[in-house]
Design a binder for this molecule. Structure first.
Ligand SMILES: Nc1ncnc2c1ncn2[C@@H]1O[C@H](COP(=O)(O)OP(=O)(O)OP(=O)(O)O)[C@@H](O)[C@H]1O
Ligand SMILES: [Mg+2]
Length: 292
């Protein structure tokens, strides 16, 4: 990992929490270098999704550009997780299309989504609590393991060499996320903040081009949030990974995202830079009308 320089990222907005440097050192929670945002990679068009009478999403359109950190915000029940579930094929919308890198789908297939390079973390952790950190992250490599199950089970020949390569890759992620000390620990024994980090590691093990993060900082204290913000920025910076981030902490959203989509009761009520969204009267009233 390269050392971060001064906070020169044009789209970013100062230190996350002034006066309290994060545990990851005195590094500011801002991008290391001004970044280049590319073309549109993901395009969501007129998506509507209902569960019986509940309209979870109504006619939602937005796009995500390559190398962007794109936040989705909104009060509880606004439809944020449902939107990610449509993108990664867990839910099938009744209307609309989703295009990824020029290919258009009326519904996404979960396996195909993963193969195309989209990985996901979950609002409620989906880890194997009894398994070690290393083995949990290894599950993210499954898609990339080529040798057949018999060879793997016997650990012979090419399968053994392949397993060694995957384990090395996983060790690299463990170093990156600074969880070396917990490599062999059962995930269920770790504090919640570290479990969220392992979940991120599992998604990173897929070597995704796009990461969908559903509230990666939920339930964390301020220091843990700073660490997680730093990791998200570093992933975006160093690997060029495009990030779609659902987050309730407005400070985090304002600090690390390039553009923000705002949902409320399944409808899009705002879309723009953090500054534009913050000053949008509809967004302000949606937030004032709720407990956030
Ligand atoms: N599988 C489902 N079956 C029925 N209703 C659902 C389902 N998933 C979501 N919903 C409903 O869709 C609406 C949007 O829910 P969603 O979980 O997408 O909101 P959210 O913005 O992620 O909220 P939160 O901030 O609480 O995580 C809610 O009314 C929710 O009850
Ligand atoms: Mg949610």
């Amino acid at each position: 990992m390269s050392a971060a320089g001064p906070p020169t990222g044009a789209q970013h907005h100062g230190a996350l929490h002034e006066g309290t440097p994060a545990r990851t050192g005195a590094r500011p929670v801002t991008a290391a270098t001004p970044k280049t945002i590319g073309d549109v990679v993901l395009e969501v068009k007129n998506i509507s999704l209902a569960f019986g009478g509940v309209k979870a999403l109504t006619d939602i359109s937005f796009d995500v550009r390559e190398h962007e950190i794109r936040a989705i915000i909104g009060p509880n029940g606004a439809g944020k997780s449902s939107m990610l579930n449509c993108i990664n094929g867990v839910y099938t919308p009744q209307r609309g299309t989703i295009s990824f890198k020029g290919q258009t789908f009326s519904h996404m297939d979960s396996h195909q989504v993963a193969t195309m390079g989209i990985a996901r973390t979950f609002q409620n952790l989906a880890l194997f609590k009894g398994m070690s950190v290393i083995d949990n992250i290894m599950t993210g490599r499954n898609l990339r393991i080529k040798s057949n199950l018999l060879l793997q089970a016997l650990r012979i020949g090419p399968a053994q060499r392949e397993e060694i390569r995957h384990r090395e890759f996983v060790e690299h992620i463990i170093d990156f996320l600074q969880i070396q000390a917990h490599r062999k620990t059962a995930v269920g024994q770790l504090p919640y903040g570290l479990q969220k980090r392992v979940d991120l590691g599992r998604a990173l093990a897929m070597e995704p081009q796009m990461l969908l993060l559903d509230e990666p900082m939920a339930g964390m204290n301020m220091e843990e949030k700073q660490d997680m913000s730093r990791f998200v920025l570093d992933i975006n910076d160093e690997f060029g990974t495009t990030v779609v981030l659902i987050e309730h902490d407005m400070g985090v959203v304002m600090d690390i995202s390039d553009r923000v989509v705002v949902l409320d009761y399944g409808k899009k009520i705002g879309d723009g830079t953090p500054e534009q969204v913050r000053n949008n009267p509809d967004v302000i009233s949606a937030y004032l009308g709720t407990s956030h």
